[in-house]
Design a protein around this ligand. Structure first.
Ligand code: HEM
Length: 480
């Protein structure tokens, strides 16, 4: 039979009338037997999945990673195996606090997630456009996010909650400084850098491990908006970043980022005077210079936003042999949170959706459950392990080198580990006079309506970083 271009029910039967419901008489009530109507309404009821609890508003595109420098001495990951090697990828950018319909041009951290479809499995680097983060212990993450979301009673964003939390959590100061600087409001996703933020590891076939930080430097140049420019954009367009990214790629103007790593060897990590696994700190680039490893290019828009971007599911737990985690507490907490979020938000077998599926055949002993779209052929030995029937076996060479750990199990206070003011101070002192003025007034604007004792507590943190910083914000608050 020649396939006709007609509507069919999900069971494949031809759909006779898509204009009128079936009624008892021309003006009578509906008939329950009008199954096409029932199916259509039922499907509409299920068109949404829960939005991400954070980073709900996002834009994404596909592209490639190309290796430009040989780093095989650090990592046996197949993605880095030779200069010139290309790996397909998906990148999703986002804002953090806003809901799915939020405006793009908000002052907020931007998410920078990359899924590398390597030929040895998917590697997800789920970072931000900032090299540090607000908190350094995952047990504080839900509290922090509550302050960024709507107040449970008013259903409004609450500057009081934000400044209350920040002023009581000195480790937030570095990220807060970046957020209220010019870089806290990028003009578009193409005009910002990306960072893996955490310390990760690379390991080689000799069993050596290296601690690394990943950096993506935009080749489009950094461009930011002032609060005033952003307000004008938002008044007319809530999708400014989506539009910019989609149109650039559509017109063949493919955005690129040069990818670098900073490297520290294991022995050195034990000697350095700071905690190299603290996500509220950067590593000095003069002590740990950036080493180029490749280029990321985005060159293909999704054909179906929901299927390919909304359902995309990134997780820091997705690493491949040659790339590993680190003892960073935040990273460790994230290793649980993301896959758990996906099972709830997208569904049990979220990783078999086309956008999440590795580009290589995947065999394991997980069975059944909702969303089992594929029908893996179990054979006699395909559903338990060990078996005598040629079922897939483990790959000992995928095990990373052992990591020496010592210490007693206890609730170690993270707030006593390091100086929260030194790096924000150094950042503040890099700003020129105009940058400082915008910095002060960005703070003053964001503190409107916050109780004075909370403002004073935050000003005391600014003072500890630099008295000029506190004085500048105080003056801006008086002028506001
Ligand atoms: C999204 C949890 C810290 C970057 C998410 C999501 C959760 C989450 C549950 C939503 C995932 C989904 O539904 O698809 C956490 C927890 C953290 C943490 C528990 C701390 C313990 C961080 C940090 C970064 C980060 C430190 C960046 C360095 C992102 C990004 C997304 C995201 C970019 C969006 C991913 C996408 O594009 O789909 N996070 N997060 N998060 N998070 Fe985190």
């Amino acid at each position: 039979m020649v396939e006709r271009n007609i509507i069919r029910t999900t069971a494949g039967a031809p759909w006779g009338n898509n204009q009128d419901s079936k009624t008892a008489g021309p003006r009578g009530p509906l008939l329950l037997e009008n199954y096409q109507l029932l199916e259509k309404l039922a499907h509409q009821n299920r068109e949404r999945i829960p939005e991400r609890t954070v980073h709900a508003k996002g834009s994404g595109a596909f592209g490639t990673f190309t290796v430009t420098q040989d780093i095989t001495r650090y990592s046996c990951a197949s993605i880095f195996s030779e200069v010139g090697k290309k790996t397909d990828l998906l990148t999703r950018f986002s804002t953090v606090a806003g809901e799915r319909g939020a405006a793009d041009a908000e002052r907020d951290v931007r998410g920078f997630s990359v899924k590398f479809y390597t030929d040895d499995g998917n590697w997800d680097l789920v970072g931000n456009n900032t090299p540090v983060f607000f908190v350094r212990d995952p047990i504080k993450f839900p509290d922090f996010i509550h302050t960024q979301k709507r107040h449970p009673r008013t259903n409004l964003r609450s500057p009081t909650a934000m400044w209350d939390f920040w002023s009581l959590s000195p480790e937030t100061l570095h990220q807060v400084a970046i957020l209220f600087s010019d870089r806290g409001l990028p003009q578009s996703y193409r005009h910002m850098h990306g960072f893996g933020s955490h310390t990760f590891s690379l390991w080689n076939r000799e069993g050596e491990r290296f601690w690394v930080k990943f950096h993506f430097k935009t080749q489009q140049g950094i461009r930011n908006l002032t609060n005033e420019e952003a307000a004008k954009i938002i008044a007319n367009n809530r999708e400014s970043a989506q539009e910019d990214l989609y149109n650039a790629i559509d017109q063949g103007d493919f955005p690129r980022w040069t990818v670098y790593i900073q490297i520290m060897d294991e022995a050195e990590a034990e000697r350095v005077s700071f905690n190299p696994f603290d996500i509220t700190k950067v590593w000095s680039q003069s002590d740990y210079p950036l080493q180029e490893i490749g280029v990321m290019e985005l060159n293909r828009n999704s054909v179906n936003y929901f299927a390919e971007i909304e359902q995309s599911s990134f997780s820091p737990s997705n690493v491949v042999p040659g790339i590993g985690f680190s003892p960073d507490r935040m990273l460790q907490g994230r290793l649980f949170a993301y896959a758990d979020a996906h099972r709830y938000r997208v569904g049990t077998h979220y990783e078999t959706l086309p956008v999440n599926r590795p580009k290589i055949p995947v065999k394991n002993y997980h069975m059944d459950g909702p969303m089992r779209f594929d029908a893996p052929e179990p054979g006699d030995g395909g559903y338990y392990e060990p078996n005598s029937f040629s079922g897939p076996v483990e790959a000992p060479d995928a095990v990373e080198p052992p990591l020496k750990i010592n210490g007693d199990a206890a609730y170690y206070e993270h707030r006593s580990d390091g100086d929260d003011f030194e790096q924000p101070r150094a950042l503040f002192r890099l700003f020129n006079a105009e940058e400082k003025q915008r910095f002060y007034s960005n703070f003053a604007g964001a503190m409107a309506g916050v109780p004075q004792e909370i403002i004073e507590r935050q000003l005391a943190l600014f003072h500890k970083a630099d008295p000029e910083w506190e004085a500048g914000v105080r003056t801006a608050l008086q002028a506001a």
